[in-house]
Design a protein around this ligand. Structure first.
Ligand SMILES: NC(=O)c1ccc[n+]([C@@H]2O[C@H](COP(=O)([O-])OP(=O)(O)OC[C@H]3O[C@@H](n4cnc5c(N)ncnc54)[C@H](O)[C@@H]3O)[C@@H](O)[C@H]2O)c1
Length: 345
């Protein structure tokens, strides 16, 4: 799928965070559609260190990259010595995805160091190389601000959201200082799709609920989940956004969602339909205070400046994702049953 007129063949492309969910999908996108592009992944991968919330400090996993034929640099964006490993390249495009992506980490120091300081270094690399810079921001910059969330109504409510908010300020200042540069920030809403499995508990509710159902258990949701809405966006649309963000009509930060909020109950119901189950959903009290109950991307400026339009509804995205959900369930039998079921219809 070509999302723009840009020919990435013979271009040198850096993907930070390329062993993670979105970065690895980007890498495979370029590999498939622009086989003569030179793709360099920079990622620290995972080790066994965990934050106080029990989650891993980074989620990069080699299994996301099986079949990747490009170049790989294992490095930490916080380490100057590792960033030096990027010297000697001349990047045409930088897709900066590396970050502490876990929204529930409370260690402010490490989040700000990782997400903010490193961004300045990468912008400097982009400046020196005359690279296009596309970086990952987040809907978490909005906190509980009123839907539909619009650029300019930020109110981050956790260190992660704050770090992305600061990145956006840095990018805007950089754009002003160096107007010849192309810099696009993408505020992803709730992304789901293949290669998110290794994010474990921080992966989307789509795969988590699907695997509960495949384990033979009813889907478990917070009380009132039919009234808790998110703007769920399928990974292919996030790739579309990254490609279009390489040639924006103007630099800026753009919401990446469908613009159509859907409930967590919708996810459970669509999954049950796709997987052919009929469990009664179980509900339990929401343990989180100040939980955001409605997100919806205002995509007017994304449509205008990136010509972006999501192509996957929640139903279409889940349908496309089912084979991978079954494969990642680690149970080839479920894949076979699914195929048999399809053959019966
Ligand atoms: N997935 C979503 O729904 C979503 C929503 C909003 C924003 N984002 C942002 O999109 C980007 C990609 O997210 P993702 O879902 O692919 O997450 P992910 O955790 O799968 O990917 C992030 C990658 O960055 C790497 N990384 C972390 N710290 C690093 C460090 N110090 N040095 C080098 N590499 C490091 C990790 O190993 C991982 O491979 C992140 O910036 C995230 O904040 C994601």
């Amino acid at each position: 799928m070509n999302y723009s007129n840009i020919d990435f063949n013979n271009k040198t492309i850096l993907i930070t965070g390329g062993a993670g969910f979105i970065g690895s999908n980007l890498a495979f996108y370029f590999q498939e559609y622009y086989p003569n592009s030179r793709i360099i992944i920079f990622d620290c991968f995972r080790n066994e260190e965990v934050f106080s919330n029990g989650n891993l400090k980074s989620f990069g996993h080699y299994r996301n990259l099986i079949g990747f034929k490009g170049e790989l640099i294992c490095g930490n964006i916080n380490a100057q010595s590792d960033l030096k490993l990027l010297n000697g390249f001349k990047f045409d495009y930088i897709f900066h995805q590396a970050a502490i992506s876990d929204t529930r980490v409370n260690d402010q120091e490490i989040i700000l160091q990782t997400n903010v300081n490193s961004f300045k270094h990468l912008l400097n690399i982009a400046k020196e190389n005359s690279s296009v810079m596309v970086y990952a921001s987040s809907a978490a910059t909005y906190g509980s601000s009123i839907s539909p969330q619009k650029v300019g109504s930020e109110n981050p409510e956790n260190p992660y959201g704050f770090s992305k908010y600061v990145m956006d300020q840095i990018a805007m200042n950089y754009s002003k200082k160096y107007p010849e540069m192309t810099i696009s920030g993408l505020r992803y809403f709730n992304v789901f799709g293949p290669r998110e499995f290794y994010k474990l508990k921080t992966a989307s509710m789509v795969i988590q609920l699907a695997h509960q159902i495949l384990d033979g258990k009813p889907p478990r949701l917070f009380n009132n989940s039919n009234n808790i809405y998110r703007d769920f966006i399928y990974i292919d649309d996030v790739i579309q956004a990254n490609i279009k963000a390489c040639n924006p009509k103007k630099n800026g930060v753009f919401n990446i969602g469908t613009g159509k909020p859907r409930s967590f109950q919708d996810i459970a119901d669509i999954l049950q339909k796709e997987l052919g189950t009929n469990f009664t959903t179980e509900y339990f009290p929401n343990p989180y205070n100040g939980y955001q109950v409605h997100t919806q991307a205002d995509i007017s400026s994304t449509e205008k400046y990136l010509e972006f339009e999501a192509q996957f509804s929640l139903e279409k995205g889940i349908k496309a994702y089912i084979p991978e959900i079954l494969r990642m369930h680690g149970n080839d039998i479920s894949w076979l049953i699914y195929k048999t079921k399809l053959l019966r219809f």
